[in-house]
Design a protein around this ligand. Sequence first.
Ligand SMILES: Cc1ncc(C[n+]2csc(CCO)c2C)c(N)n1
Length: 237
Amino acid sequence: MTAVTLENDQTTPVAASESGFTAELGRRYAHLFEDFYQHPFLSGLRDGTLAPEKVQHYVGQDHQYLSAYVRCYGLGLTLAPDREWMRYFHERTGFLLDDESEAHLALCARLGVTYEDAQVERLAPSAKAYVDHMMEAGRDTLGTLLAALLPCPWTYIWAADRYAHAEPIQDDHPFAGWWRFYADDSCLQMLEEMRAKLDAVAAQAGPEERARMELAFELSVRHEIRFWQMAWSLETW
Ligand SMILES: Cc1ncc(C[n+]2csc(CCO)c2C)c(N)n1
């Protein structure tokens, strides 16, 4: 029997061989990624037992969250040092506007509600706090903004990849469409590209900016966990 190496182990966000700024962050905050993965909301999405009202609350809040994320790409455009960076934010915006709602549509189909029916007027307090945190990072540097934006794809795509490896997603899984969306190779590639871009920016940053980048990243991972809690507890004002 050969020993399983950490190289191919999706239970941690970073492989043992990886180095660079984001690899260090992923290692330092691996315990928070684990909390994210083990949250009852995500467990319920895994085993299919999540109550419909919690799913619907999530979809309504997350639609607004995604709109805020698009606005953060707009802040990225204003901080972009050149056209290559502009193209990056432009392309990511296109994907977010055109494709990311697929994940929501998969949840709505399961609930038997239309996407329109799931919409809400107000962000819940925890969702608002997350959005405000990302927008604030967009008034700092490109590096701080990217660091605040990275946990969003990293937590979801890592969790979906981990789950898909642990248990191949069957067609009759109640939330198959949601899991498959985030476990897709295109999402993994997008995540790799974003990490590489942030690594490159961090390599040019001084220690003070890097410290702000780390804090922005850590708080976003914590906000991701709180977003599950918001949906799980049907949080409102
Ligand atoms: C609270 C919350 N966090 C992360 C995601 C997932 N997500 C949102 S935007 C994006 C990357 C750009 O396409 C990803 C992976 C979500 N839906 N809601």
